[in-house]
Design a protein around this ligand. Structure first.
Ligand SMILES: [Zn+2]
Ligand SMILES: [Zn+2]
Length: 326
């Protein structure tokens, strides 16, 4: 039996086609092979990357100079060596591919991943996210800052050392514009409504002081997870330290469960936020990479998801790993 589900408030659809034969292990991707020797993101290899634009160290935010590369850092932000966009042609932003592309190296240690970060490491990463997003959003001509993480080769990470990326754009993505039009036509914030709807039901995964996490009703892919601030906040820059740390705790907690149930899957997470719009409600979406987008999806923008979100939430909430399912 399958079901066509509509997005909470957009004209977007997905097909939930429960494949009863499928277990969580059918959705896991192969584990990472850790190889630190040639990694340029590791501590001690600072001279192998462009100089850092921001270095977090002992409560300070510093900057590399050519003569002085900062060592013993905690988080290091460097320009992407192969940028999708680059500063320079602000006068003709489209023709010159104007923008910024930064890599946020989340830890100096190759053997770390978000699921074994301490609470303090996670707090610092969230603060760095906020700082860097606001830094680029303040640049002339920048209309949107895309902040995302690719974890694992299948998710598009070319280096396995845990990192996030930020691309600052001279335009608002069309999908967000479309979403905004719909939001503007409503009486109240649809995301605030989603918070009320998904706080306690079969899709709920986690709640703390400021955030909830859940498997969205219209999950495009198996084990998709959304994080929403419980209060109406438009972007990371509007978040207090307390709210930010609450977000970090939610990500760490939910990722740990995902790692247990899917045996360390590759995943992407993406921040959806807008600085110039009070009506927008920040949301973070996490999608494990379990299959490739195929012709049907490219033809219709409709995703076929073989793991109903209610079932995914049950697996995640019970911590059922592949060994325990028969
Ligand atoms: Zn490394
Ligand atoms: Zn809201």
């Amino acid at each position: 039996m399958s079901e066509i589900r509509k997005h909470y408030f957009l004209e977007d659809y997905c097909i939930v086609a429960a494949d009863r034969g499928k277990r969580p292990s059918d959705f896991s991707s192969s584990p990472e092979v850790q190889n630190a020797t040639s990694c340029v993101f590791c501590a001690g290899k600072e001279d192998k990357t462009p100089p850092a634009q921001a270095v977090y160290k002992n409560g300070q935010v510093l900057r590399d100079s050519k003569e002085n590369l900062i060592r013993e850092w905690q988080v290091r932000c460097i320009p992407n060596l192969y940028p999708a966009l680059s500063p320079g042609g602000i006068d003709a932003p489209y023709a010159s591919g104007y923008g910024f592309h930064e890599v946020i190296i989340e830890t100096p240690r190759h053997d770390r991943r978000l699921t074994n970060f301490t609470a303090e490491e996670m707090d610092l990463l969230m603060e760095a996210y906020r700082d860097r997003v606001m830094h680029y959003w303040a640049k002339p001509g920048i209309k949107f800052v895309s902040l995302f993480k690719n974890w694992g080769k299948q998710a598009g990470a070319s280096l396995e050392h845990t990192h996030s990326q930020l691309i600052a754009l001279p335009l608002i993505p069309p999908s967000l514009k479309k979403e905004l039009d719909v939001i503007h036509a409503q009486d109240d914030c649809p995301y605030c409504r989603i918070v009320r709807l998904e706080s306690s039901n079969a899709r709920s995964l986690y709640e703390n002081a400021h955030f909830i996490a859940f498997a969205p009703y219209c999950s495009q892919v198996p084990f998709e997870i959304w994080f929403l601030p419980k209060s109406h906040v438009g972007h990371l820059g509007a978040m207090s330290d307390e709210i930010l740390h609450s977000l970090g705790a939610a990500i760490r907690h939910v990722l740990s469960r995902l790692e247990k149930v899917l045996a360390s899957p590759a995943y992407n997470y993406m921040f959806f936020q807008l600085l110039q719009e009070d009506s927008y409600h920040l949301n973070l979406r996490l999608q494990p990479v379990t299959s490739k987008m195929a012709g049907f999806e490219k033809n219709t923008d409709i995703f076929i998801n073989t793991m109903p979100p209610e079932k995914a939430a049950e697996y995640l909430n019970n911590g059922i790993s592949e060994q325990m399912v028969h």
